[in-house]
Design a protein around this ligand. Structure first.
Ligand SMILES: NC(=O)c1ccc[n+]([C@@H]2O[C@H](COP(=O)([O-])OP(=O)(O)OC[C@H]3O[C@@H](n4cnc5c(N)ncnc54)[C@H](O)[C@@H]3O)[C@@H](O)[C@H]2O)c1
Length: 294
């Protein structure tokens, strides 16, 4: 039986991941945590602990008390916000990761930390982006993600820590608003559409952005954490992809949503999560290919 700690549970991914993992592994086996005091279902349905993940002893204390064997490390400052305060972006992104890795080394835990397409850069091949490729980002967020991938590799090869990760594109969801990333507009567009408000898309016509629907992102996380560790050929992070949206089709989708009471879903071109050729092929994974990181 897994005993799971989620660090940074109150954000866009965490609020949905807590629900999914509690439904799968049992409410009492999934400890939610965040720097902020949270309210509602997340604290009512199962254990919740206040953890500042830049303070290692706060993580260690909870791991010991609950006998944790798996850590999902979601604490970070997202790209647009980090660019306004680069040192905060570095201290939270890397501080949290190093503390989770050190705790995992001492208490023998598996660690999942999401990377991002922000770990690439202008010189990365945009189409069919290879798994191992040029990673020269020019944002502090991207720098933390590349560093995080290298640290995850290092802790696996040097100490045998069971590190796992995927490189997420922008995530589209409707439970919790995104936390200040460059793809937030893709979520805000749907909120505006549902309210019947006009939305001016901040990206120029013809710009392509990689996106994924949150349920597919959650599946990707659980699939990689359930995969046989001996089959994992990468410990930094796997490319994972779903759809590439040109700005114009996103706008069309928003028009479609306003005239409907059905739940908001991304463009009809969205498909199942697709894994790259180097991925561990979890059962049920769809077509293996990779779209661009435009
Ligand atoms: N959402 C996306 O589109 C996306 C895409 C690619 C990668 N990611 C990555 O996934 C992870 C989670 O992203 P998210 O969208 O849920 O972020 P978010 O900003 O919505 O949530 C982050 C959470 O971390 C918490 N936090 C901040 N500092 C903390 C600290 N010192 N200690 C404990 N908690 C702290 C915040 O209170 C917040 O609840 C991040 O590593 C992010 O880089 C997200």
């Amino acid at each position: 039986m897994k005993k799971i700690l989620i660090v940074g549970s109150g954000g866009q991914i965490g609020t949905e991941l807590v629900k999914k993992l509690r439904a799968t592994y049992g409410n009492q086996n999934v400890v939610a945590s965040d720097l902020r005091p949270l309210t509602g279902e997340i604290v009512e349905n199962g254990p919740f602990e206040r953890i500042d993940s830049t303070q290692i002893m706060q993580i260690v204390d909870v791991v010991k008390r609950y006998n944790i064997d798996t850590i999902y490390n979601l604490a970070a400052i997202l790209s647009a916000t980090a660019e306004k305060n680069p040192m905060l972006g570095w201290n939270v992104g890397i501080g949290s990761l190093v503390n989770c890795l050190e705790t995992a080394r001492i208490f023998n835990c598996a660690v999942f930390t999401p990377s991002s397409i922000g770990a690439f850069g202008a010189s990365t091949p945009h189409d069919n982006t290879p798994q191992d490729t040029i990673q020269r980002p020019n944002t502090i967020y991207g720098v933390t993600k590349v560093t995080g991938e290298l640290l995850s590799d290092y802790y696996f090869t040097r100490f045998g820590v069971d590190t796992r990760s995927v490189r997420f594109p922008g995530l589209i969801s409707n439970l919790t608003l995104p936390g200040g990333g460059t793809t937030d507009y893709a979520v805000e567009i749907y909120y505006a559409a549902v309210k019947g408000e006009k939305f001016i898309c901040p990206i120029s016509k013809g710009t392509y952005m990689d996106m994924m629907y949150m349920p597919d992102a959650l599946d990707a996380m659980v699939d990689i954490m359930e995969a046989d560790p001996t089959k994992l050929v990468h410990r930094n992070s796997f490319n994972v992809t779903a759809m590439t949206t040109p700005s114009r089709s996103t706008i069309r989708t928003s028009r479609w949503s306003t005239s409907s009471t059905r739940s908001v879903r991304p463009s009809p071109t969205a498909g199942r999560t697709r894994w790259t050729t180097a991925a561990p092929a979890p059962s049920g994974a769809g077509t293996r290919s990779m779209t661009s990181t435009r």
